[in-house]
Design a protein around this ligand. Structure first.
Ligand code: FES
Length: 360
């Protein structure tokens, strides 16, 4: 056997035999007309599924109730159906095209030898013929051949699926451009004068005497748990609050809010002013409230102003007091819409929220 030491440079190399192309094995659809027809129907069904997905997405979008009856559960359901529709619309086309290529289009190995930049006339003619054959195979390019006739169903279903699939994405975008931004829906919550603060989720009322310095409570309005499921989810999404008690000497009172807290107890909306995640990670030592989504950090001891992260506004504060029985109650609703900032937030809002926002 040759070794590197005794093999001359021009000696034939051993162990590198060109295996050549694997023997071509025809697929079932190549030899069985029934299999061919079955595969064609499967591809058409996938394209049809795509079209159904588009219809589902559009149906879900147009049944969305954006009026006062629209609640969180409805919107969750609509979003789910839009997602399912878009998934079917896109994957139907994708899987259909893959299945078509793998089962029906020709699968002969093509070998392209290295050659000078310009192919010979024969090769060019052969390449053009290959393209024509492929186009005829697909049935997309018309023609007189058998393939063009056989694939007319596929052609029609693909064109239909591809023509309407973009609607599943475009229509919601276009529709939202003129969206209903009635800020009154965001502005009012269940909180109001005398509404007691209750623990989330059991609804137990909270007495000021039970709130120790350094503790934090997740809070809902009294009576929220008595609502039916849909209205409860809708109301809770806007009204959730975090209540904390600080040493009163650590608390910086925001001008104009001198009577919004009680003996170091303050309450702030839990809905992040960035894009609305629940802000619920309270650091007792620093008095910082952290949003887990994008790390916006709010200083509870200083009006919940933003000390870090992408949020642009402090958390809205809920003014609180104590009633005759020692329970913590709201003095009023929030004085500004809770949740994320948005351009239309001030439009039609006559309650002074504009002045409030500018003051931050
Ligand atoms: S939603 Fe809170 S930081 Fe983005």
């Amino acid at each position: 056997m040759s070794t590197p030491e005794n093999t001359p440079d021009d000696a034939p190399q051993e162990g590198f035999v060109d295996p050549g192309l694997a023997h071509h094995r025809p697929r079932r659809a190549d030899v069985d007309p029934k299999a061919d027809k079955r595969a064609e129907r499967q591809v058409a069904a996938l394209f049809g599924l795509s079209a159904v997905g588009t219809v589902i997405a559009l149906w879900a979008y147009f049944t969305k109730d954006t009026g006062d009856g629209g609640d969180v559960a409805t919107i969750q359901s609509v979003n789910m159906w839009i997602g399912i529709g878009v998934f079917l619309a896109m994957s139907g086309i994708g899987f259909g095209a893959i299945h078509w290529a793998k089962t029906l289009m020709r699968d002969h190995e093509m070998v392209e030898e290295r050659h000078e930049m310009r192919s010979s006339d024969e090769n060019r003619a052969a390449a053009i013929q290959n393209l024509k054959d492929g186009a005829e195979d697909s049935g997309l390019a018309g023609g007189e051949g058998e393939g063009a006739k056989r694939r007319s169903v596929l052609k029609g279903s693909l064109i239909t699926a591809m023509a309407i699939a973009p609607l599943a994405i475009l229509v919601p975008q276009i529709g939202n451009m003129g969206g209903d931004w009635n800020v009154s829906k965001f502005r009012h919550t269940m909180w109001g004068p005398g509404v007691r603060l209750a623990r989330d989720p059991d609804g137990a009322l909270i007495k000021a005497a039970d709130v120790t310095v350094g503790s934090a409570y997740h809070v809902i309005p009294e009576g929220l748990n008595d609502l039916d499921h849909h209205h409860k989810m809708d109301a809770k999404a806007k009204a959730v609050v975090l209540l904390v008690r600080l040493d009163p000497s650590d608390l910086k009172i925001v001008p104009g809010r001198e009577d919004w807290s009680f003996d170091g107890i303050v309450a702030y909306s839990k809905i992040c002013t960035h894009v609305g995640c629940p802000v619920a990670l309270y650091e007792q030592q620093t008095h910082h409230l952290l949003c887990p989504c994008h790390q916006s950090t709010f200083d509870v001891s200083d009006g919940a102003k933003v000390v870090f992260g992408p949020a642009k506004r402090p958390l809205p504060q809920l003014p609180i007091a104590i009633d005759d029985e020692g329970y913590i109650v709201a003095k009023n609703d929030f004085d500004e819409p809770v949740g994320p900032s948005y351009w239309e937030r001030l439009k039609g809002d006559s309650s002074g929220a504009e002045a409030e926002e500018e003051s931050h």
